[in-house]
Design a protein around this ligand. Structure first.
Ligand code: PGA
Length: 242
């Protein structure tokens, strides 16, 4: 694992955007795995700026999101579809055929999950997977105890995740209890992984991910077994690494 500690959230976002842009510069048809949540917002803002300045070209890029709540309508302000449209696909003009996210309205969940895996394979696999991390060490909605080999599946949110994500909803009861998420097996197949974390509330999870034992109790610790991972954190999130 390569660890990069940046001064603050803005430096983290700029450094992450530079890494993503460099990979697209080398491979204009790159396949990106994308995360939602608060952490990658700065990265997306910097990538949109870079694209508007002509420094990076997303026209050949294909994207696959990690997860989507279930059930949820696309138009819902809390859906990850809506988030991506607002912060990334929309401003970058990414063609809908190249921007993928699990369907939170699907009736046939098993079909949606296996289709999603197939689409990733048909696209040639994920070149660079962006990840955030939960306070409990989850990645995607792979909560503590998640199966190591899992593919895209219907996951149940842990109580900690429901509490953490309730800030985006009216209250805790409004948070969907389930989500369609890439599995740990899907994530580990990405050729490269960039995990981002900001703020002291992530410090313990980052400490356990980087310095702790490899255990499904901290799903992100599995990344220790991946050959090409960069953990990019700001100083607050790095405080357990000293
Ligand atoms: P956050 O979420 O970026 O909103 O903190 C990260 C996650 O739960 O994976």
């Amino acid at each position: 694992m390569r660890i990069a500690v940046l001064r603050d959230y803005q430096s983290l976002s700029e450094r992450a955007a530079a890494l993503v842009s460099a990979r697209i510069g080398k491979k204009p048809t790159a396949v990106l795995g994308l995360a939602t949540g608060s952490t990658p917002l700065g990265l997306y803002r910097e990538l949109v700026k870079a694209a508007q300045r002509g420094l990076v070209d997303f026209s050949g890029v294909t994207t696959f999101n990690l997860d989507e709540y279930y059930p949820i309508e696309r138009e819902s302000l809390q859906s990850y579809y809506y988030y991506m449209q607002q912060h990334f696909w929309g401003p970058l003009g990414i063609c809908p055929g190249r921007a993928h996210i699990p369907d939170g309205r699907a009736g046939d969940i098993a079909g949606v999950c296996s289709d999603y895996e197939q689409k990733i394979m048909d696209a040639g696999g994920i070149d660079l997977q962006i990840l955030g991390i939960g306070v409990n060490g989850h990645i995607g909605f792979n909560e503590p105890g998640a199966a190591l080999s899992a593919k895209t599946h219907l996951a149940s949110l842990s109580a900690e995740t429901i509490a953490a994500n309730s800030r985006f909803f009216e209250d805790r009861d409004a948070v969907p209890r389930r989500a369609i998420s890439m599995g740990l097996g899907t994530i580990m197949k990405a050729r490269e992984i960039l995990l981002l974390a900001s703020g002291s509330e992530k410090a313990r999870a980052i400490g356990e991910t980087v310095r702790g034992k490899l255990t499904t109790k901290v799903p992100a610790s599995l990344l220790q077994a991946h050959p090409r991972v960069t953990v990019m954190v700001d100083r607050a999130a790095a405080c357990c690494l000293r």
